[in-house]
Design a protein around this ligand. Structure first.
Ligand code: FES
Length: 404
């Protein structure tokens, strides 16, 4: 077929008779592309330089594979649980994230270098000039582009380079896995029961520090004193420092609100049970930092409490004028820190959701759609405020099993 033949569009029958090479050439001509210069990298088969080039590319791709596998190994097996200063395994823990970054970044980098090197060493050197034109693709264009892609595949010689093809494919798969794998950490079973209940772990959506009540443990409503461990005569110590203390109803005046945290009986160190040698500081701090633990204890004015609407099934959750609501906003989890005694409204400062303390904490304004979970409370035989049970629904942002 001569160049002049390209000036007229070939018929379907002519197209069917054309070889791949002819179609590829036809494609470039129809696209107004002129190949000004084209040179095979290794025209002579078995050229030792070609073998060296293949080895160079192979090393980079093999490195990408090794680093990709190393990333998966680090992700699965490297110790990632938090270790503080002085704890065994702190250094290994510290290097968890850097190792993830180095292995995944290294794998992608090596894959990229290998791909670029391959292109430079094996794809034919070519200078093409194309003039732009408008209009939709016609049948002939569609056929010829396929032919061009076929031509690229053949001239790239990738088809016969099994080792490089395998390494390239494996490296790409591993890099893809490397991008997807981190999402695995987000998969959690919210219904999974926690066997070792404590107030420190990450738990599930159903678990808070108050869950201990379900195990038969007495849990007080702990007031945060703000006490901090200080340097004393005998050096830095947290012995005898009580961050959380028990509360009595009379500690809160009418119309007031206070944030309280779960204080298990075993961690009490105040009043008549104070022991200067007992060290409960860390347990108290864990309780304060527990993401679902904070509760607003509100003492309504008696005349307001008398007209409070109690939610069905929660009629006995309050103690007299005292109501305890989760402090975690049901919108997206900010602390609902503001209580206005005049209107009995609880305000979340993040997006201005408002909840009615006289109406079992139901939302009355803003984006939150669910009521604040209420904690059942009571007073024990010694006159301290205690949790009488756990929340009966998950705490915090919208969750599909919430009832309100
Ligand atoms: S988090 Fe409370 S209103 Fe948005």
């Amino acid at each position: 077929m001569s160049n002049n033949d390209f000036n007229t569009k070939p018929s379907s029958a002519e197209l069917a008779k054309m070889s791949n090479e002819e179609l590829a050439r036809l494609g470039t001509e129809l696209d107004d592309v002129t190949i000004a210069y084209r040179k095979e990298r290794f025209p002579i088969e078995g050229d030792p330089a070609e073998k060296r080039a293949a080895l160079g590319v192979g090393i980079w791709l093999a490195l990408a594979v090794v680093l990709g596998l190393a990333f998966i190994a680090v992700y699965l097996f490297w110790p990632w649980h938090y270790r503080g200063h002085g704890q065994e395994g702190m250094w290994l823990y510290t290097f968890h994230n850097p190792m993830l970054g180095v292995t995944l970044g290294g794998s992608i980098l090596c894959l990229g270098v290998g791909a670029v090197k391959y292109t430079k060493r094996f794809i034919p050197e070519e200078i093409s000039v194309q003039r732009r034109h408008d209009g939709p693709s016609e049948e002939v264009d569609q056929k010829t582009i396929v032919a061009l892609l076929n031509d690229s595949w053949e001239t790239s010689t990738l088809g016969r380079r099994k080792a490089i093809k395998g390494l390239l494919g494996t490296g790409a798969v591993l890099a893809g896995i490397g991008l997807i794998l981190p999402f695995g950490g987000m998969i959690k079973n919210p219904w999974k029961p926690r066997h070792e209940l404590d107030i420190t772990g990450d738990g599930t959506l159903w678990t808070t520090g108050w869950t201990l009540v379900e195990k038969g443990e007495k849990v007080y409503l702990g007031r945060d004193t703000g006490a901090i461990a200080e340097e004393g005569h005998h050096g830095y110590t947290t012995r005898g420092v009580s961050r959380l203390v028990r509360m009595r109803p009379e500690d809160l005046s009418a119309g007031a609100m206070e944030t309280v945290f779960p204080l298990p009986e075993a961690d009490v160190n105040d009043g008549g049970e104070y022991d200067p040698q007992k060290d409960v500081y860390e347990a108290h701090m864990h309780s304060i930092h527990g993401s679902r633990n904070a509760v607003m204890l509100i003492r309504l004015r008696s005349q307001d409490a008398a007209r409070a609407t109690l939610r069905q099934g929660q009629e006995d959750f309050h103690y007299g004028d005292y109501f305890a609501y989760s402090k975690i906003c049901t919108h997206i989890g900010c602390p609902t820190s503001l209580y206005e005694a005049q209107t009995n409204r609880i305000l979340c400062p993040c997006h201005q959701s408002q909840f009615d303390a006289l109406h079992y904490g139901k939302p009355v304004f803003g984006p939150a759609a669910r009521a604040l979970p209420e904690l059942p409370i009571d007073v024990d035989e010694d006159g301290f405020l205690v949790a009488e049970g756990n929340f009966i629904e998950p705490v915090g942002p919208a969750f599909w099993e919430r009832k309100s």
